[in-house]
Write a protein that binds this ligand. Structure first.
Ligand code: F6R
Length: 364
């Protein structure tokens, strides 16, 4: 049941800390605090390329994974939504790795992408939440997200669990390829282990989010901006808002704004920035400056240092705990989803069963 929560989605949002922790526990050795994945039927040192396919939020998790694989394991990685990927018939290198991401393990297009990858001689690894699913059965290897049943149609805890698996997989790949040293691996693993506690902090303090939800509920269109490994989190925030509040939202790479979407910006279009401190922060800050100069309401999600730098241009600010930029996408996903939930509640929509959507899309 829903317990004391108004909706399954609210209950499932509050499970983020536990689910992230449970998923990590499967992949981190508690004594060494190093990554310890189950045995995989391939050697990352010999993988020429990773190809990721999935749909919806699971695809955004995959895009974040792509960033991690490239940045820390230095593996060429490509990704596409399954409905495009399966018909693009991309040639894939012998012995490459095909990676599928899915909560249900039954999404028709993702399953077709899996079969295509097998035909193309890829090792096939699925990240699924349902270990008895079709994708799990048809894969060479499976890594399970420990999210438990997800009832709300809009994915929440399964998404952060997918991110955790992908981050650990990228760390394992980096170790196999010698692209990071033991000290860096320990630091990044340590950063992952801090996420459950930080996610709990975010869920506890939602007053700032309430005020922003009250603003968003008035909007017809909302723009979400992010860069680097947080660009997919902007996409996730926008998708979630569309799905459950029916407000039109777009996620954009912050640097793309001036190539089109900036034309939309006026005082009625809130701009939500997923902007943790990190190597790309100053770039995002200058994009936000441009939005503010055009009268946009800039709503900043950052840590204390980032929030201080954006004080002059932000209409509203949500200060999130400090985390290593490597794990920021996992933490920042939590307030994005929670914000969409709060807006939907204000709107009075059917949060757990949004119109026209199904939990598992088993037809193409
Ligand atoms: C978004 C959402 C959908 C799913 C997508 C894939 O909130 O729930 O976009 O992520 O339909 O579903 P799975 O992960 O079951 O393959």
């Amino acid at each position: 049941g829903k317990g004391n929560f108004r909706h399954f989605m609210e209950k499932e949002l509050h499970e983020h800390p536990v689910v992230i922790g449970d998923t990590l526990r499967r992949m981190v050795d508690p004594s060494t605090r190093g990554i310890a994945l189950p045995e995989l039927p391939f050697d990352f040192a010999r993988i020429p390329r990773i190809t990721i396919s999935a749909c919806g939020s699971a695809f955004y998790a995959g895009l974040t994974g792509r960033w991690w694989f490239e940045a820390i394991a230095r593996i060429p990685t490509d990704g596409d939504v399954a409905s495009e990927f399966r018909y693009r018939t991309p040639p894939l290198p012998d012995g490459g790795l095909g990676l599928l991401v899915s909560q249900s393990g039954e999404t028709a297009d993702t399953l077709a992408a899996l079969r295509y990858m097998r035909e193309q001689g890829q090792h096939v690894l699925s990240i699924v939440n349902v270990p008895e699913s079709s994708m799990a059965r048809e894969s060479e290897a499976v890594l399970e997200t420990m999210a438990g049943p997800e009832i709300g149609v809009a994915s929440t805890k399964a998404f952060t669990a997918q991110l955790v698996v992908l981050a650990c997989l990228a760390l394992a790949a980096a170790r196999a390829r010698g692209t990071i040293g033991a000290a860096e691996e320990a630091a990044l693993t340590g950063a992952l282990l801090e996420v459950p506690g930080r996610a709990a902090d975010v869920l506890e303090k939602d007053e700032a989010l309430q005020a922003i939800a009250a603003r968003l509920v008035q909007a017809r269109d909302v723009l979400y901006l992010g860069r680097g490994n947080c660009f997919p989190i902007a996409l996730e925030g926008a998708l979630k808002l569309k799905e459950i509040s029916y407000i039109h939202a777009e996620g954009y790479a912050a640097g793309e704004m001036k190539h089109g979407p900036i034309a939309l910006i006026d005082p009625t279009v809130p701009v939500i920035a997923v902007a943790p401190s990190g190597p790309l922060f100053e770039k995002t800050a200058s994009n936000l400056q441009e939005a503010a100069a055009r009268g946009g309401q800039v709503i900043v999600f950052s840590d204390a240092a980032g929030a201080a730098k954006l004080k002059g241009i932000a209409t509203e600010t949500v200060v999130l705990p400090d985390v290593d930029p490597f794990v920021a996408p996992i933490l920042y996903a939590v307030p994005m989803q929670l914000l969409a939930y709060l807006v939907a509640v204000l709107k009075g929509t059917d949060v757990d069963q949004p119109r026209n959507l199904a939990k598992s899309v088993t037809v193409e």
